[in-house]
Design a binder for this molecule. Structure first.
Ligand SMILES: Nc1ncnc2c1ncn2[C@@H]1O[C@H](COP(=O)(O)OP(=O)(O)OP(=O)(O)O)[C@@H](O)[C@H]1O
Ligand SMILES: [Mg+2]
Length: 438
C-alpha cells in the first residue's frame, strides 16, 4: 500500500509545479514579461519527473496490475497510457510556443492559454488517478501484487525509484521553487559580499567544530571531530576511503544529522540550523561526484546555485563565473549533461560560487579526472584562495591538496589523527607512508 502513498506524493509534487505554471500564466495575461528560464526550468522538471520517475511506476506496476484485476477500467487505462506516451509531444509544443513568444511571433496571453491547457490536462489526469484508480487499486489488487509493487518501490538503489533518484528530484524541486520570480513570493536574501583577503595566520576563526559526532544507523562515522578554519584559509581534509571526509562536509552543510558536538560559524552556533539557513549564511558545498543537473542548461545550473541570493546580483555574478571558466560561457545554453567530466566539475564549483560562499566546501573536486584536468582544478582552487575565499577541501589526492593548503587534518575512521601546516604534513613520514603512497 506504500506504493499508493508514493504515487500520491508524486502527484503532489506535480500538482504544485503545475500550480506554479498557472501563476505564470496569470502574470503573462496581465502583461508581465516572463522569465523564460524559470518557465523552462519548471517545464523541464515536470517532463523529467513524469518520464523518469512517475510514469514508469504507473505503467509498469499500478496500471499493469489494475488491468489484471479490474478489466472494467481498461478504457480509462488506455487513455491515461496514451497521455503518458504523448508527454514528449506536449512538451515540444510548449517549447515551440515559448520560442515563438521570444521571437515576437506569438503574444504572451496566447502562450498563457496554452500553458493553462497543459496544466488543466495534467491536473485532470492526476485527479482521475487519485479519485478513481488509486481507491480501486486499494480494493482490488491482491496481496501478492502488493508484495511485487512494494518490492520495486522500496528498492533503495533502484535507478528510477531509489533514494538517489528521489533525493535528486527533491533537491531540484526545492531549488526551482526557490528561484521562482519574486512575484510568486519566493525571492531570496543576500548573505553579503565576498570577504577581503585577510592574512590567515592572524585572521579570526570562521568555523569552529568541537566534538562532532554523526552516525549512519548504529555505525558512528564521525567520532568526536574538532577542527578550526580561519578566515581566508584553505584547509585540507585528507584520509583513506571511508575515513569520514564526505560525512564531515555533509554534517557541516546540514544535510547529514549530527548526534553530538557543536558547529560555530562566524561566532554563531549553527548546529541546529537547517541546510538552507546555513547556505544563506554562506556555507556552500560542491558535492562529491559533481551532481550537476544534466537536463538543465549550464546557465540554469548556475542560477540554481544562487537561489539564496537577491535576483539583481545574479547576472553579474554569472559573468564572473564565466570569466573564470570561459568554456561554460561558450556552452551556456547547452544541457549540463553534455559537458565533459572536467567541465562538469567546473560547473559544480561555479554553482557553489553563485551562492557567494564565505566558506566553500569542496568534496573531491579532482575525482575521476585526467591528470591535466586535475591540475586545472587545483589551479582554480588556488585562484579562489587568492581571492580570499575560505575553503575546506576534501581530497584523495592528498599531496596536491596539502601542497596548496595552509593547514590540513588527517582523518582516520572518524577521528582526526594528525594536524599541522600543509608543508609539515607533506613532509611527515607517517603521512607520506599512509596517505601519499610513498
Ligand atoms: N549512506 C551511508 N549509509 C551507511 N554508512 C555510510 C553511508 N555513507 C557513508 N557511510 C559510512 O561512513 C563512513 C564514512 O564515509 P564517508 O563517505 O564520509 O568517507 P569518505 O572519507 O568521504 O570516503 P571516500 O574516500 O570514499 O569519499 C564509512 O565507514 C562509510 O562506509
Ligand atoms: Mg567521500
Amino acid at each position: 500500500m506504500d506504493a499508493l502513498r508514493i504515487i500520491s506524493e508524486d502527484h503532489n509534487s506535480l500538482w504544485r509545479m503545475a500550480t506554479t505554471v498557472d501563476q505564470l500564466a496569470v502574470e503573462l495575461e496581465a502583461g508581465v514579461a516572463l522569465d523564460p528560464n524559470f518557465l523552462s526550468a519548471a517545464l523541464d522538471y515536470i517532463v523529467q519527473f513524469e518520464e523518469r520517475l512517475h510514469y514508469p511506476k504507473e505503467d509498469g506496476f499500478l496500471f499493469h496490475y489494475l488491468r489484471l484485476r479490474s478489466p472494467e477500467v481498461a478504457t480509462t487505462l488506455d487513455r491515461l497510457e496514451q497521455d503518458h506516451r504523448d508527454s514528449g509531444s506536449r512538451h515540444r509544443a510548449l517549447r515551440a510556443a515559448m520560442a515563438a513568444v521570444a521571437a515576437g511571433e506569438m503574444s504572451g496571453p496566447a502562450l498563457a492559454t496554452q500553458l493553462r491547457h497543459f496544466t488543466a490536462d495534467l491536473k485532470s489526469h492526476i485527479l482521475t488517478e487519485e479519485k478513481q484508480l488509486l481507491p480501486l487499486a486499494h480494493k482490488t489488487l491482491l496481496k501478492e501484487d502488493w508484495v511485487e509493487i512494494n518490492r520495486a518501490f522500496h528498492d533503495p538503489v533502484h535507478p528510477l525509484f531509489g533514494d538517489a533518484a528521489q533525493a535528486g528530484f527533491r533537491e531540484l524541486y526545492h531549488r526551482i521553487v526557490s528561484v521562482a520570480p519574486e512575484s510568486l513570493g519566493l525571492g531570496g536574501k543576500s548573505v553579503g559580499h565576498l570577504p577581503g583577503g585577510a592574512s590567515p595566520a592572524q585572521a579570526e576563526v570562521l568555523l569552529r567544530v568541537q566534538g562532532l559526532e554523526s552516525c549512519y544507523g548504529r555505525i558512528k562515522a564521525l567520532k568526536g571531530i574538532s577542527i578550526e578554519v580561519r578566515r581566508g584559509e584553505t584547509v585540507a581534509l585528507v584520509g583513506a576511503n571511508g575515513a569520514g571526509k564526505t560525512t564531515l562536509l555533509r554534517t557541516l552543510s546540514g544535510v547529514q544529522p549530527m548526534s553530538a558536538g557543536s558547529i560555530f560559524f562566524d561566532g554563531e552556533d549553527i548546529s541546529r540550523l537547517r541546510p538552507d539557513k546555513r547556505m544563506r549564511r554562506g556555507i556552500c558545498q560542491s558535492p562529491e561526484g559533481r551532481q550537476v543537473f544534466g537536463p538543465l542548461s549550464i546557465e540554469d545550473n548556475l542560477r540554481l546555485g544562487a537561489y539564496t541570493q537577491p535576483r539583481h546580483q545574479v547576472a553579474g555574478d554569472m559573468e564572473k563565473i564565466f570569466t573564470m571558466f570561459p568554456i561554460l560561457k561558450e556552452k551556456r545554453h547547452q544541457p549540463a549533461g553534455t559537458l565533459s567530466g572536467g567541465q562538469q566539475q567546473m560547473l559544480a564549483i561555479g554553482r557553489a560560487l553563485m551562492g557567494r560562499p564565505r566558506l566553500l566546501l569542496l568534496d573531491e573536486p579532482s575525482m575521476g579526472l585526467a591528470p591535466l584536468l586535475v591540475q586545472e582544478v587545483f589551479a582554480v582552487i588556488k585562484t579562489l584562495k587568492s581571492q580570499g575565499i575560505t575553503i575546506l577541501l576534501v581530497e584523495q589526492n592528498a599531496l596536491a591538496a596539502l601542497d596548496i593548503s595552509d593547514r590540513g587534518y588527517v582523518l582516520e575512521t572518524g577521528c582526526v589523527i594528525l594536524t599541522g601546516s600543509g608543508n609539515e604534513l607533506v613532509r611527515n613520514d607517517q603521512v607520506r607512508a599512509a596517505y601519499l603512497g610513498m
